[in-house]
Structure formats: C-alpha cells, structure tokens
Design a protein around this ligand. Structure first.
Ligand SMILES: [Fe+2]
Length: 443
C-alpha cells in the first residue's frame, strides 16, 4: 500500500522546535499528521485514507467498565505485526525484574538510602541504563510494581523499546528526554514527568548527554487523577495541564530496525525494516502524556499540625480496595509553611504503606544534608523514620516564634505503595548505598 502514500512524508515536526501538544487527562483525543488521514464514522474501514492500516492498542480488557476502559486506534503505514520473530536479547540485561521473590530480591525492614548513582562513562542508552531498585508482586499476574532508576549518556539508535509488563512513570532528574512514541513526540525536562503506557513503542533521545532519573512501573493498573474529597472540584494537578502528543510519523526505510520488548522482566528483540513511528493519524484515550510538576497547586495546613503527604498526590494507580493505592506518585513542591505551635517538618512515623523517595532538585526539608538530588530512600512497611537530628534541633530552636516561611527551590517526590517491596541485590551492593545512622533515635 505504500505506493499510494504521498511524497509529503511528515509534518515537519522536529525536536529542535517547540512541539505542539493536545491537553487534558483521560480525554478521547484525535490527531492526524496529514489532512484527512483519520477515518471518520468508523474505526476499521475496509480502505483507510492513504492506504493506511488500522490497528487497535488496548490498555484495558475489552469489557472493562466504560469509565476505566482505555484503547486507541492507530493508522499506520505498516502494521506492527510485520516483524521477524522475537528472540531473547543478547546480551541479556540482568538488572530488570518484574516478578519479585526470594530468588531475585531481599526483604529488609531497615531504612535504606542511596547517593546519586554515577552516570557511566561508557556509551549507555536508556535501555541499558535502566535498572530495577525494588518492587513487589508480578507482571504475570498483573498486580504489583517495580521501581527503577536510569543513568544514561547516549540516545537510543535504530531501536525502540516496548514495555509489555506495565506502565512507566518516568521522573527525569538530570538531562532532558526527547521521547518519540507511536502517538508523536514529547520533550520532557527535569521537573516534568512522563507516563508511557504498557505496550507503546518509544525511543529516548538524550539531547543533554549525561542523564539520570527515576521510573515507577505499575502492573495491572493505570495512573489516574486522585479524588479530591473535601478539597472540592479544583486543586492539585489540573487535568488541562497534562499534555499529549500530536501525530508524527516517519516513512523513511529503516533496515535492521530493532524492537526491544520487555516481557516478564526479560528483554526480547525483533527485527523489522521500518520505524514503528509510522502512525499517520490516531484517536483514543490510551495515550502517553507528560506533566509539568511546576503547575501543581499544592494544599497544606493553614493553622496547626502537618497534613498527611497524600494531600499532594499527583497521580494514583489504584487497587480494587477503596482508598488503597497500588502506587501513588506524591510530590513535595515549593510551598508556604505557616502552621502555629506545630512541628512543621514531616512528623515521625511508622506507616503500613511503603515509601520510596527521590529528590529532583533542591533540598528535602527533613534531611537537608543526607538526601541530595538524584539520591533515593526506601522506608518499607512499619519501618520507623522521620527528620534527621539537625532538622529536629533547628526546628526546636525556632520554637513558636517561627514565622511563615516559604520552602522554595525544591522538588522531592514519593512513590508510595500498599505492597511491600523487595530490594534487588545490586541496589544493596551498590557503592551508592548508605547505611543510615541512628542518632538519639531520630534519623
Ligand atoms: Fe515517610
């Protein structure tokens, strides 16, 4: 069908220019890179415009209730099926896990903390630079999560990644990510996040070279906006601030193009002679998207006591139990601290939930010296933790004289789960791992 295709092969979209996005969360979007490329009135016509092939990608079972049902229709130059068989990737990856058990990971109730992992000197792309830190459950049973980090310095070349296990929520900490997806392109900077749903092919370019970041992967659920309860109809992340790509495609031949598929935590490769980014038009509500954390509208205490961190949930992947997250993404953004006769830093606590924290930039109020950008911590179920000694003592010195104070220039975040994570051996053996110190029981 390619001979029917016009010479005008793309819409001129390039990463060097400001990209156009569609906005909204959970919308039914539509986009076409050529006029008239999107079929009207039906999804799967006998003959699609320009001789394109119609292909559906579903993110939920066909019979999921309408309010959670997600699928999109992609109209592409060649159908995805036209690839050679998948084979185990050589060399195998070794540091990706999607099923956590006693053979591949460790349970520990201790506080864990890591310095920023060094970015390698040798050429490393996003796939090879990705490694699992901890997680729980299994992608095979569609219940669980994995937390990864990445350190990379090289763009992916002539290959695309496809995660068949779950959705990625990527939090870049250093270096921009220029991500090409089947729905179009996304420019993502530190301070923004991007969600790449299960099954979408994507490639990551690193325009700044050395890059580092965090990734939460959820199995069997998709992220959604949290309910706002008594906050009302507005606040936290606004749906219109979520940005979705517009259609972009490449018609150029790509001999030896490789699809790298993560399936059950293992990598497989398949060759094909074309780019998977050959989608000329698409519509649907199963889409990749990005969000600028700087647009978040935080809520907080205005008189006494410290709000629970759930007050600043950006996105939530839920379990079937009401109010119980498979994984919440929560941020600690710049905000005013005004509470009276109150210990303003995070209170000491033991939670039934488990908390993995990262710091994108600035200082984290509860550990200004021990937790630096690019670092991480894990406080598992019922592991006691709280502010370090210095933070406690400085807070007590100010006492009730503390004035309203704006915490600025900081962006910490937390992946919080109801499931209890097991930790990968390379995370415990990493030179970046720090043994936490006990100082008068306060660290
Ligand atoms: Fe905590």
């Amino acid at each position: 069908m390619e001979e029917n295709f016009p010479c005008k092969i793309n819409n001129g979209c390039d990463f060097g220019v400001e990209l156009e996005y569609q906005s909204g969360f959970g919308n039914h979007f539509m986009s076409e890179a050529l006029p008239g490329a999107l079929p009207q009135g039906q999804n799967n016509p006998l003959k699609c415009p320009y001789g394109l092939y119609a292909e559906q990608i579903s993110g939920t079972s066909f019979t999921s209730p309408r309010k959670v049902n997600q699928r999109s229709w992609l109209y592409r130059i060649k159908p995805s099926v036209t690839h050679e068989p998948f084979k185990p990737r050589v060399p195998s990856h070794q540091k990706l896990v999607s099923e956590f058990n006693q053979t591949n990971s460790t349970a520990t109730p201790n506080q864990l903390r890591w310095r920023p992992v060094d970015i390698p000197d040798s050429p490393t792309d996003f796939i090879d630079g990705l490694f699992t830190m901890c997680g729980s459950g299994t992608s095979f049973l569609r219940h669980g999560f994995a937390i990864h980090m990445y350190t990379a310095n090289k763009s992916m070349q002539n290959c695309a990644f496809c995660n068949a296990d779950g959705d990625f929520l990527i939090v870049p900490q250093e270096g921009r990510l220029w991500i090409t997806t089947e729905c179009g392109k996304l420019q993502v900077s530190p301070g923004e996040i991007v969600v790449l749903p299960q099954g979408f092919r994507f490639t990551v370019d690193l325009p700044d070279g050395p890059s580092r970041g965090y990734v939460a992967e959820v199995f069997g659920a998709h992220f959604q906006l949290p309910d706002l309860g008594p906050i009302g109809a507005n606040g936290l992340a606004s749906p219109r601030d979520f940005l979705v790509p517009t259609a972009w495609f490449s018609k150029d031949p790509h001999p030896g193009y490789t699809i790298v598929q993560k399936f059950g935590g293992e990598l497989f490769t398949a060759r094909q002679n074309f780019s998977p980014f050959n989608v000329v038009s698409w519509h649907g509500n199963y889409v990749p998207y990005k969000y600028d954390l700087g647009k978040f509208s935080p809520y907080n205490t205005v008189l006494i006591d410290h709000a629970d961190p759930s007050i600043n949930t950006v996105l939530a992947a839920l379990t079937e139990k009401s109010g119980v997250p498979l994984l919440d993404f929560v941020i600690f953004p710049p905000r005013w601290l005004v509470a009276e006769h109150t210990f303003r830093p995070p209170y000491y606590h033991c939670n039934c939930m488990s908390e993995f924290m990262g710091l994108i930039y600035g200082k984290y109020e509860a550990k200004p010296d021990g937790f630096i950008p690019g670092g991480a911590s894990l406080h598992s179920c019922m592991t006691p933790h709280g502010p370090d000694t210095k933070t406690f003592e400085d807070t007590m010195v100010h006492g009730n004289e503390a004035r309203p104070f704006k915490l600025s220039g900081t962006m910490a975040f937390m992946f919080e789960s109801n499931l209890i994570p097991r930790v990968c051996p390379w995370a415990l053996e990493s030179p970046s791992w720090i043994t936490t110190t006990i100082s008068v029981g306060l660290d």
